[in-house]
Design a protein around this ligand. Structure first.
Ligand code: AMP
Length: 193
């Protein structure tokens, strides 16, 4: 299988690139942010619980997102592989994902980190807020909090995967097609798990 974590701060382009990568490599895209936004939209119990955290730009509790990922993997038995986008976000989630995949006889192939400069992230998120109307993209303090949470809780995962020799960096600056090209070169050099 080819199981990739597309990694990087909010606004790095994970969602945009995931959509292109799933077509090229026949993978399933699992975005915890997308799943959570749908739950909020549907006003499910889970969505109601998650909303307060999302509105502030904080992480929703691990048990919610880990449960969501497990059922999404189970719904896609027979998949050639997955792109995890926005998950894992901290070490406990990463450990849970490793255990989950091991139980299913597979593993993460690589974590690919998109690197983007801070001010570029803020500009991209504000622009997305205007175009897509995502409320957490429209407030500078919520944007800054999400980037802080990323730096504090999520970025350390790079060391977690580096210690398993699974970490790759790709520049996320520049145009969408150039970034896609760089990602494909990196993926084509990976060995499948
Ligand atoms: P995203 O679309 O990945 O930027 O996620 C939007 C929001 O959903 C985040 O700011 C968090 O509140 C929540 N969220 C998404 N994925 C996770 C996760 N893996 N763990 C905790 N919270 C998450």
């Amino acid at each position: 299988m080819l199981n990739l974590i597309l990694f990087g701060p909010p606004g790095a382009g994970k969602g945009t690139q995931s959509k292109k990568l799933i077509d090229k490599y026949s993978l399933i895209h699992l975005s915890t942010g997308d799943i959570l936004r749908k739950e909020v939209h549907d006003q499910s119990e889970l969505g109601k619980e998650a909303k307060q955290f999302m509105d502030n730009g904080d992480l929703v509790p691990d048990r919610i997102v880990i449960g969501m990922i497990e059922s999404a993997i189970d719904r896609n038995k027979g998949a050639h592989g997955f792109i995890f986008d926005g998950f894992p976000r901290n070490t406990d989630q990463a450990k849970a994902l490793d255990e989950l995949l091991e139980r299913k006889g597979t593993a993460i192939t690589a974590l690919i980190a998109l690197e983007v400069e801070h001010e570029e992230l803020v500009q991209r998120l504000k622009k997305r807020g205007e175009i897509e109307g995502r409320s957490d993209d429209q407030d500078r303090s919520v944007i800054e909090n999400r980037i802080d949470v990323y730096n504090r809780e999520t970025a350390p995962l790079i060391d977690y995967y580096a210690s398993q020799s699974k970490h790759k960096n790709v520049s996320g600056m520049g145009g969408i097609d150039d970034i896609f090209e760089r990602l494909c070169q990196t993926i084509d050099n990976l060995k499948e798990t």
